[in-house]
Design a protein around this ligand. Structure first.
Ligand code: HEC
Ligand code: HEC
Length: 304
């Protein structure tokens, strides 16, 4: 199921860091094979707020409700039995894959030595197989960053009670979460964007008058109304629910994670995790009949 997404190997990089240094990014970008629905929030990785900020507004009661998904395999109360997965009492701050009443952990998770701090739990719960590729935890992950924060806060309330990390300062500009604000500021290179667009060509044409395929023809889409026209292309209700035009910021959000932008979209594409790739492909789209004036947004100061 994970195909190209697994290759992304974000496990050791926070989303934050990832955006901060595009040169460090893995060579292989994560995008789904046509027709394969992304799962486990892989696409969301590039746009999440830092865990400290999410924990500051998290709710343990909501986390308890989310924990219903974990109960098929885990108990949480002190002294409760191990099941398919280990009992999780006091797991926050505890050593990874150790103790837990002699639970037989996979070698894969055992090789991830260290303690379960908030950040590593956040990574783990985003996509367990990405964190430890041979893990026994056959759970796709929680794609919603707030779901993860809520459940981590709940775990912390069960036998750990570690102090929460201080929230990081994030740029105020734009409604988008911290990670998403920076990429908008990037000025893309249309020639590079044309190469990135190879990933889109399975579903889209771009030349004027090109036929609609799995997705609509994209000539002139930059600056055009969202999910309208395009030779009568049958858009999903999810995308149609978004009013307005495809401006630079909106395109950037969409291409970061289509399913996150419009839950229920027909575009089964995990998203472009690299902010530079998004900026480049947006510049390319704009060069094909687009109406946008692309530029650097003023508020692109590093999130510190
Ligand atoms: C389908 C069964 C299953 C589900 C559902 C599941 N887990 Fe697990 N979990 C496991 C297994 C199996 C392991 C041991 C992994 C290994 O050894 O590779 C594990 C390990 C863990 C660990 C590491 C424990 C340690 O001591 O290192 C944590 C934390 C955890 N799970 C949290 C969760 C949370 C939170 C959820 C729900 C959001 C969840 N799990 C859902 C089966 C599951
Ligand atoms: C697997 C097929 C597929 C791939 C790959 C794909 N798309 Fe799409 N795209 C679609 C579909 C289907 C829609 C219509 C979505 C809907 O209606 O929910 C769409 C819609 C869009 C729209 C909105 C068009 C409008 O008029 O509102 C844009 C912009 C877009 N895609 C850009 C891209 C770019 C850029 C890439 C590559 C980085 C890409 N897509 C990759 C299938 C795909």
């Amino acid at each position: 199921m994970f195909g190209g997404i697994v290759a992304l190997g974000l496990s050791t990089l926070s989303a934050h860091y990832f955006l901060a240094d595009k040169h460090e990014r893995p060579e292989k970008m994560g995008y789904a094979i046509a027709g394969v629905e992304p799962e486990g929030g892989a696409a969301a990785a590039a746009v999440v707020e830092p865990i400290a900020n999410r924990l500051a507004k998290a709710d343990a009661a909501k986390g308890e409700a989310i924990f219903a998904k974990c109960k098929a395999c885990h108990t949480i109360d002190q002294g409760a039995a191990n099941g398919i997965g280990p009992n999780l009492w006091g797991v926050v701050g505890d050593a990874r894959a150790e103790g837990r009443g002699g639970y037989a952990f996979s070698d894969s998770l055992k090789s991830k030595t260290g303690k379960w701090d908030f950040a590593s739990l956040d990574e783990w719960l985003t996509n367990p197989k990405k964190f430890a590729d041979g893990t026994k935890m056959s759970f796709a992950g929680l794609s919603d960053p707030m779901d993860r924060a809520n459940v981590i806060l709940y775990l912390n309330s069960k036998g750990s009670n570690l102090p929460l990390p201080a929230p990081e300062a994030v740029p105020a500009a734009g409604a988008a979460p911290a990670g998403a604000a920076a990429p908008v500021a990037m000025v893309g290179d249309a020639a590079k964007g044309e190469k990135v667009f190879a990933k889109c060509m399975a579903c889209h044409t771009i030349e004027q008058g090109g036929a609609n395929g799995i997705g609509p023809n994209l000539y002139g889409v930059a600056g055009d109304a969202i999910a309208e026209g395009r030779g009568g292309y049958a858009f999903s209700d999810a995308l149609k629910a978004h009013k307005g035009v495809w401006d630079q910021a909106t395109l950037d959000q969409w291409l970061s994670g289509p399913a996150k932008f419009a839950q229920g979209t027909k575009m089964t594409f995990a998203g472009l995790t690299s902010a530079q790739d998004r900026a480049d492909v947006i510049a390319y789209l704009n060069s094909k009949g687009g109406k946008l004036t692309l530029g650097a947004a003023p508020a692109a100061a590093p999130a510190k």
